[in-house]
Design a protein around this ligand. Structure first.
Ligand code: 9D3
Length: 253
């Protein structure tokens, strides 16, 4: 996977991508990162990348020309390494909400261009000419497209074969099945007077798996009922959730 990011803050993108799972995957050659700064595609003495909005109002708008030239350079970098017709994705508050389904689809691509905006936005004509898809990370406002682009990169790189070890991959599978995770505990057995659920100390793997699924169903029902509705339940799962609900009535949560 080859990812090219168009950004006024290439150091920010490089710095975040240099840690953790994404950094290790990059060292393993599972993906590459390139950055392209619109400021390097300006022609004036001040290297101007923004201007005031037509129609007035607060804030600035990213100029079309330096941005378009940076996007073209990003596409050219991908084409030069054999990626045909890469998608150009604009990270935007007006975009479609990012989902696991979309992340999985993007993880299948050979490469992509991510455009991170700053200021109030970018000149619409660049979007019309260059952008294939707009993506948002949620219904909240952040200061620019870099962190959203990094979040997308992190989610995509995790899905590349070889990024996670087998244990992590199987844990990921279990989240992708549409339930929230169950609770986790490690030593000590009693922490500040709080014990670990007894079943986890029994060594009875079938009983532990049953308890974990029950907790996952119960927490999803409590916290994200819309996920359960979208996913549906087997008969066994419905019985486990009933059990959770009965226990809930008896337990302070
Ligand atoms: C007052 C109108 N605002 C739009 C909601 C202005 C504005 C706020 C923040 C314009 C750009 C930005 C910068 N945000 C992003 O570039 C961004 C973003 C986000 O703010 N929320 C969720 N997803 C994304 S993806 C890119």
């Amino acid at each position: 996977m080859r990812i090219e990011v168009v950004t006024l803050f290439p150091e920010l993108v490089e710095a975040v991508a240099a840690f953790g799972v994404t950094a290790r995957a990059r060292e393993r050659g599972l993906w590459t990162l390139g950055t392209h700064n619109p400021r390097d595609f300006t022609a004036d003495r001040h290297r101007t990348v923004d201007d005031r909005p037509y129609g007035g109002g607060p804030g600035m708008v990213m100029l079309a020309e330096p941005l378009e030239r940076a996007i073209r350079a990003a596409r050219a970098a991908l084409c030069a390494s054999g990626v045909v017709a890469p998608r150009v994705i604009y990270m935007s508050p007006q975009g479609e909400a990012l989902t696991h389904r979309r992340v999985a689809e993007l993880a299948e691509q050979a490469g992509m261009v991510l455009v991170a905006g700053r200021y109030e936005g970018v000149d619409e004509r660049v979007l019309e000419r260059m952008v294939d898809l707009e993506l948002a990370i949620g219904d909240f406002v952040v200061s620019g497209g870099e962190l959203p682009a990094l979040l997308l990169i992190d989610a995509v790189v995790r899905l590349l074969p070889g990024t996670l070890n087998d244990v992590q991959s199987s844990v990921q599978e279990s989240f992708v099945d549409g339930l929230l995770d169950c609770q986790h505990y490690t030593r000590p057995e009693i922490y500040e007077g709080r014990t670990v659920p007894a079943v986890l100390l029994t060594g009875d793997h079938a009983e532990i798996a049953r308890w974990r699924l029950k907790q996952a169903l119960g927490r999803t029902w409590l916290r994200r009922p819309e996920l359960l509705a979208a996913r549906g339940m087997s008969e066994e799962e419905a019985a486990l959730l009933d059990e959770f609900k009965r226990e809930q009535g008896a337990t302070a949560f």
